[in-house]
Design a protein. Sequence first.
Length: 76
Amino acid sequence: MNDKALHMIAGLIISLVLGWLYGPLMGLAVAIVAGIVKELWDYMGHGTSDFGDALATAEGGVAGGLLVIFVSYVLG
């Protein structure tokens, strides 16, 4: 599977779980921070740092947040 897709899935899962427990904004914020921290870790010599990976994680976080909002609205 493509690396960017894996980052997007990670952001989605983080955002869904934490968004459902603590609200969509918290889930999104943690997904964004997780993506940034992961790329900083890579930058410090533990992998290949790529801004696009952090962006893909954030995009997954946005998708998860929107899904939490949608499901919350539908379930009332």
